[in-house]
Design a protein around this ligand. Structure first.
Ligand code: GLN
Length: 503
């Protein structure tokens, strides 16, 4: 097995046993990135790669492992990881894949990223995304799309498409993304990797460039549930720098992972079986349901009637918050400043800087959000969306708990209604792009936890090894550990994790 084929835990253990040095592991990751990511057919998963710095960091970790032992260094001692480029890091640039932040250098590091570093991980680079995490394909990056490693003619999903593709292509064994309405789970599904959207408040958002603050969460990508559980252990926890981060102990996500959940009840919402699914997605979904029943799970048909309104509510709430959050990019304080003439005033500076700096999707979101919040429309749009959001949360509360205990432990859906779509297929049709998020947005609106795991592969023309299809589990708030146990039960029934794209 080559070094880049190691999963995160395999690599970590090999480094701890000193069979491999961190420097060798980082060299292997950098070599893989160099050979696959750039040039004409390059996947473009990375916006910045820290060649020298990562090797320096690795050598420092190797010295510490030699002196103190790997355990003392931390649970990720020496392994390469990547982070989405909307997370601040005190070196390199933090661009959010936007022209407006093209040369922005953050003076500080996001808490979740710092936790990786403190656990001994080496950050090899920053990954591509839809500009400001707005999108479902990574095509809205100002620096070109990321290609799907399973078929370069297709999108990897988004907005964390760079992180998903980097893990799928085995450039890194783990990465961080952010999920506001599905941006971890949908690309994880389309790239055949595991992606976790933690409960709102579980992981600090400090240093995550805000898109929609009441929905945003950072979470891990990995090749399997165990690696994702380890990354969850590292990034989870209270942070006094984020007032929305919760102050209660997280369990060890790894210890019980292999123990199947007894008496598992899985809810399947009616919408998840609707005919809007691609027939191959529907087929994989039904076989996953069968696999779970074969494992002894009770499958419960549930309604979640407002799931279908999630996209409508989300695309009011998220743009509304975005329009406010993005007001700070005024050409004065951060990033790009437009040239103005001697007779232009401050308003012209703002307008030109923003017109030049923001791409079309971001401008669309700002307009949608500003409209939804403006007087006369606030009641009709924003307030209605907030009420819908609350009712969606109530629906989840009702399926997760009744007087006699949980009705279901998890809700099962496809991660998205179709396998990876062709680049460009939805670019001129924003509504079609938004409908990619039909299964994912409700988790963010309700604040619950979610995960996407590989559900199987389908054969479509042009993809030599098939295309992955993601399976989503949604669980009650703070139930990430049991969610990963349930995910692991299914993972053990197939070998999807060991498949690699032909690159
Ligand atoms: N696709 C959704 C959007 O465009 C979700 C993005 C995200 O989760 N960051 O808003």
């Amino acid at each position: 097995m080559e070094l880049h084929d190691h999963t995160l835990i395999q690599l970590r253990d090999a480094i701890a046993r000193r069979e491999v040095s961190s420097e060798e592991a980082i060299r292997a990751s950098l070599a893989r990135i160099d050979s696959l990511d750039t040039g004409e057919n390059g996947l473009n998963a990375f916006l910045e790669v820290f060649h020298d710095r990562a090797l320096d960091d690795a050598r420092a970790i190797d010295r510490r492992i030699a002196a103190e032992g790997a355990e003392a260094v931390g649970p990720l001692a020496g392994v390469p990881v990547a982070i989405k480029d909307n997370m601040c890091l005190d070196h390199g640039r933090t661009t959010c894949a936007s022209r407006i932040l093209e040369n922005y250098e953050s003076p500080y590091t996001a808490t979740a990223v710092q936790r990786l570093i403190d656990a001994g991980a080496v950050i090899v680079g920053k990954t591509n995304l839809d500009e400001f995490a707005m999108g479902s394909s990574t095509e809205h990056s100002a620096f070109g799309p990321t290609l799907n490693p399973w078929d370069r003619a297709r999108a990897p999903g988004g907005s964390s498409g760079g992180s998903a593709a980097a893990v799928a292509a085995r450039m890194v064994p783990g990465a961080l993304g952010s999920d506001t309405g599905g941006s971890i789970r949908q690309p994880a599904g389309l790239c055949g990797v595991v992606g976790v959207k933690p409960t709102y408040g579980r992981v600090s958002r400090y240093g995550l460039v805000a898109f929609a603050s009441s929905l945003d969460q950072i979470g891990p990508f990995a090749r399997n549930c165990a690696d994702a559980a380890l990354l969850m252990n590292v990034i989870t926890g209270h942070d006094p720098l984020d007032s929305t981060s919760v102050d209660f102990e997280a369990p060890d996500h790894l210890t019980e992972l292999e123990r199947p959940l007894e008496g598992l009840r899985l809810g399947v919402p009616r919408l998840a079986r609707s005919d809007q699914n691609h027939p191959e997605v529907a087929r994989i979904f039904e076989s996953a349901i069968e696999a779970y029943s074969g494992l002894g799970a009770e499958i419960v048909d549930i309604e979640l009637p407002l799931m279908k309104s999630g996209v409508a509510a989300y695309y009011i709430v998220a743009p509304a918050e975005a329009s406010s959050n993005l007001a700070r990019y005024d050409g004065v304080r951060y990033g790009r400043r437009a040239e103005i003439g001697p007779n232009d005033d401050l308003v012209a500076l703002y307008a030109r800087s923003r017109a030049e700096g923001f791409g079309s999707e971001v401008q669309r979101r700002i307009m949608l959000g500003t409209f939804a919040l403006s007087s006369g429309y606030y009641e009709a749009y924003y307030n209605t969306a907030l009420k819908t959001r609350r009712l969606i949360k109530n629906e989840f509360d009702a399926v997760f708990a009744d007087a006699s205990g949980p009705r279901v432990h998890a809700v099962l859906t496809p991660s998205s209604p179709e396998p990876a779509f062709k680049l460009g297929a939805k670019l001129d049709d924003p509504l079609a792009m938004y409908l990619e998020d039909i299964y994912t947005v409700t988790a963010n609106l309700a604040g619950v936890a979610g995960v996407s795991i590989p559900g199987g592969f389908v054969d479509l023309p042009g993809a030599p090894k098939g295309l992955p299809v993601g399976l989503q589990l949604l669980c009650p708030t703070f139930a990430e550990a049991s969610m990963l146990r349930i995910a692991r039960m299914f993972e053990k029934t197939g070998d999807w994790n060991s498949r690699a794209p032909e690159l």
